[in-house]
Design a protein around this ligand. Sequence first.
Ligand SMILES: [Fe+2]
Length: 189
Amino acid sequence: MTSLALESFVSKAMEHTRHLCEPADCVLALAPLMLDLMDQAKTFLEPQHYRSDPEHYARNLVYEAPDASLSLYALVWSPGQWTPVHDHGSWGVVGVLEGVLEERNYVRLSPSNGANEGIDLVRGGVFLLGNGTVTSFVPNPDHIHVTGVPSDRPRAVSLHLYGRTMNSFNTYDVSAGTRQRVNVAHNES
Ligand SMILES: [Fe+2]
C-alpha cells in the first residue's frame, strides 16, 4: 500500500470491524469511509486495477487483510458482463467510480434454513448505481442479487469491500430452486 488514503481507510475499517460484530453496524460505519475513499481513488488505483477481461467482469485485488477479515477489490464491468444470481455470505460496501452499475435484486420467499434446494426466489427491484454512489448489504437474510452492465451502456468500475476474503460465493439457479458454492477468481494486486 503506497497511498496514505488507502492506509487510513484500511486501518479505520479494521478498527471498526474489530469492535462491531453486527454486520449492519459495520456497513453503517464503513459506508461514509468508502465515500471518502472514492474521492482519493486516484492516489491508490494503478493501471492493473483497471484490467478488464473479454470473457467476464474482472476482479482486481486492491487489498486483502492478512487475517482474512477484510478484502477490497476494483471490479471492471465491460458492457454486457453480469454476475450470476448470487449472495456473498458477508456484509459488503460498494462504491461506484465510473459508469452506472446495475443491481437486480431477488427476494427469497422460502425460509432461509441453510438448505441448498427448495429455494423459492422472485425478482425484486433494480438499482442503477451511478458514479459516486455508495451502497451496502448485510447477510441473514441473504442479500441475493445480479450485478452488471447492460450491453448498451459504457463500462463501469466499482470498489467492493467485504467482511472477509471474497474467494467464493453462493450462486443460485432460480428456476431449479437450488444454490451452490463456487470459487471466484481475481487478479492479484
Ligand atoms: Fe454481489
